[in-house]
Design a protein around this ligand. Structure first.
Ligand SMILES: Cc1ncc(COP(=O)(O)O)c(C=O)c1O
Length: 402
């Protein structure tokens, strides 16, 4: 069977990333890996989940927990999220919230809802590679979103028109972004909303890391600023994607979209068609653990990750040669390195694995056009301080000859 002949055209852009293939090789025990952008399992609230799952499978919750449920999501969990959102300056009701299987599913649904082939999506350069993966299936063009910058709505429109295309949305990870660790300041958020208003497009606000702030002042989410402008969430254009993956546990696959009811209603139909609903038992367990101790869990992560971030920043200062610069994130899991232009992150990774036994993610994978090869992403979430120090020392040796 010639499968290529029968695959739909949309599948042609679904390619296994060379990076992911390379990173599969990193399980060897002597490798120091700053590659995986995943939480430290030692910080999972394991006992709390043991208790929560035991509770859901005894007493009156057990029939609900193992049964089909509504596509919108488990009502007490949506109520808990609505309250959290209110704390962020986003007054909303449960009708503004859809539970998804991780925020990754939300990105897929939003791509499906908003993109026809040949439409243009505005994304930052670099951006979360999983967002590109989700949107690619809907065959868009990408243009470079400069949220804080100087490209006018007209320029974006003209660039799209040249391809017979139209701009459909702007997507951005605004707090401690994956991959750069950077945060968009308040005026940048306002400018992004101005641009979206001028273009009359939605903003997808990826808030996967929103709770992981270690220092600096919290900045209102774009959706909160949008509500300040419009008076009510149902009048807004911002589609907020939240997640429990970075705070509680990614394996349960629970995230949410918070947005105007009109959009949520459409997404509910999409969810019905795709998977009916997210796992009932996982939603109940997440609700129990979150409602009993979300803040305590975030504080635990805060202490561990902020120490590791400080340690990595200090080691970079100590070991990086001149010509290398890096971001100084106020939260999240990532630091982004920019190397002299003649260097190639992918080539360096191969060399690093062979000679230094240190892994990272080459930066070009986060660019919609695969450019900026002289960049790399380091994650500080999983390694302890000694390992971070040793790994960065070795990276310094790798880069020294530049
Ligand atoms: C920026 C960003 N958005 C979304 C996701 C998806 O997370 P999840 O589907 O686990 O909520 C990730 C995961 O790494 C991410 O880094």
């Amino acid at each position: 069977m010639d499968w290529e002949k029968v695959f739909a055209t949309r599948s042609s852009r679904m390619k296994a990333s060379e990076i992911r293939e390379l990173l599969k090789l990193l399980d060897q025990p002597d490798i120091i890996s700053f590659a995986g952008g995943i939480p430290d399992p030692a910080l999972f609230p394991t006992e709390e989940f043991q208790q929560a799952f035991a509770n859901t499978l005894t007493g009156d919750k057990q029939t609900t927990a193992l049964q089909y449920s509504v596509s919108e999501g488990y009502v007490p969990l949506r109520q808990w999220i609505a309250k959290q959102m209110e704390g962020l300056g986003i007054p909303c009701s449960i009708d503004n919230i859809l539970i998804t299987s991780g925020s990754q599913q939300a990105l897929d649904y939003l791509g499906k809802l908003l993109l026809s082939p040949n439409d243009t999506a505005l994304v930052t350069w670099p951006t979360y590679m999983g967002a590109l993966g989700a949107f690619n299936a809907y065959e868009p063009h990408y243009d470079r979103l400069i949220a804080n910058g100087n490209r006018s709505a007209k320029e974006y429109q003209e660039a799209a028109a040249e391809k017979n295309s139209q701009v459909k949305f702007a997507y951005m990870s605004v707090d401690f972004a994956n991959p750069t660790g950077e945060t968009l300041d308040r005026s940048g958020r306002e400018k992004l909303l101005d641009l979206a208003e001028e273009l009359d497009i939605p903003v997808i606000e990826d808030a996967a890391y929103q709770s992981l702030r270690y220092d600096g002042e919290a900045i209102p989410p774009i959706l909160a600023l949008d509500i300040q402008r419009k008076g009510h969430i149902d009048e807004t254009r911002t589609l907020y994607c939240g997640s429990f993956s970075k705070t509680l546990a990614p394996g349960l696959r629970v995230g949410w979209v918070c947005a105007a009811q009109t959009v949520i209603s459409k997404l509910v139909l999409m969810k019905q068609a795709a998977d009916l609903h997210s796992s009932t038992i996982n939603q109940i367990a997440i609700h129990e653990v979150a409602s009993k101790g979300f803040d305590k869990q975030v504080a635990k992560i805060f202490t561990a990750y902020s120490t590791r971030r400080d340690c990595m920043l200090a080691a970079l200062e100590k070991y990086m040669p001149q010509g290398v610069s890096w971001t100084k994130p106020e939260g999240g899991m990532f630091i982004w390195l920019t190397l002299p232009e003649h260097l190639d992150g992918a080539e360096l990774l191969a060399e690093s694995i062979e000679t230094q036994r240190v892994a990272f993610v080459p930066g070009h994978a986060f660019y919609a056009d695969g450019s900026n090869r002289n960049t790399m992403r380091l994650s500080f979430s999983q390694a302890n301080e000694d390992t971070i120090n040793e790994g960065i020392r070795r990276l310094g040796l790798l880069l020294k000859p530049i």
